[in-house]
Design a protein around this ligand. Structure first.
Ligand SMILES: CC(C)(COP(=O)(O)OP(=O)(O)OC[C@H]1O[C@@H](n2cnc3c(N)ncnc32)[C@H](O)[C@@H]1O)[C@@H](O)C(=O)NCCC(=O)NCCS
Ligand SMILES: Nc1ncnc2c1ncn2[C@@H]1O[C@H](COP(=O)(O)OP(=O)(O)OP(=O)(O)O)[C@@H](O)[C@H]1O
Length: 206
């Protein structure tokens, strides 16, 4: 039987940082942000639907999605984000289910689904057995998001506001990784979790 963990948190709270360690320890990761890009690649029904709904001005000259421009629209306009989610959520869900079925067929013992909107989309809570939330203080979340994505304070806050408050996610978690301190402290918590559950080879972590 495959044990399925959901890995979530808020935007820029450190999910990718944690999932990279889990990957190094040998756990297969299904990454929803990556799949969200796959389903809108050139030539896909996903990109066709986005162009029909939002207009061809959201395409770049090379035919790929202008993610920056679409992000500026949807993260500042909840109604537009709903329209985008209506297109992408079912496509991402189908991909996640397909990958999960593959891992189950191969009898992989543990799989992690890394999904920023695990709680918001609803269906994912029913696909996973346990949930790990990576959390930070609001101040660190905003500062890290601004630095990583080169965003203004207003743009960063708009993105944060499109997700559930982090404390609600923490309240529903089976395991919380506190990523408010330095990266070494976070890594120690992840190693402890891997060792306690006998999930992976912690000597392979960088
Ligand atoms: C709006 C888009 C084009 C902006 O692209 P961009 O490259 O700037 O951001 P990226 O995709 O790397 O997402 C960055 C972060 O934004 C947050 N985020 C993305 N989509 C959403 C959403 N629908 N609702 C809330 N937060 C979101 C997540 O924390 C994510 O990690 C893109 O985020 C998108 O297509 N979103 C819809 C697909 C989706 O729901 N993705 C989340 C996977 S569950
Ligand atoms: N403990 C830490 N101390 C300082 N910086 C950190 C720490 N953890 C993560 N970061 C940095 O914060 C930023 C956000 O981390 P990361 O990309 O892992 O978040 P995420 O939750 O995957 O984000 P998203 O929701 O956008 O996918 C990155 O630039 C990362 O290098």
């Amino acid at each position: 039987m495959t044990e399925v963990w959901g890995l979530t948190g808020g935007i820029a709270t450190g999910k990718s940082t944690v999932s990279e360690w889990l990957r190094q320890a040998g756990i297969p990761i299904i990454d929803a942000d990556t799949l969200a890009r796959v389903v809108v690649a050139p030539g896909t029904p996903g990109l066709q639907a986005i162009t029909t709904t939002f207009g061809s001005e959201y395409l770049q000259a090379d035919g790929t999605l202008d993610r920056h421009r679409l992000g500026q629209l949807v993260f500042h306009h909840p109604d537009q984000l709903e329209r985008l989610d209506a297109i992408t959520t079912p496509l991402i869900q189908a991909e996640i289910r397909r990958h999960l079925a593959d891992y189950r067929a191969k009898r992989v013992p543990v799989v992690v689904i890394d999904a920023p909107t695990l709680f918001e989309v609803g269906y994912l809570q029913h696909l996973v057995d346990h949930i790990m939330v990576v959390a930070t203080s609001a101040a660190h979340q905003k500062a890290r998001l601004m630095a990583r994505n080169q965003l203004s304070a207003a743009d960063a806050q708009a993105r944060i506001d499109r997700q559930w408050p982090l404390d609600q996610k923490v309240a529903l978690a089976d395991v919380v990784i506190d990523n408010d301190g330095d990266i070494t402290q976070t890594r120690q918590q992840v190693v402890k979790w891997l060792d306690t559950n006998k999930f992976g080879k912690t000597n392979q972590l960088k």
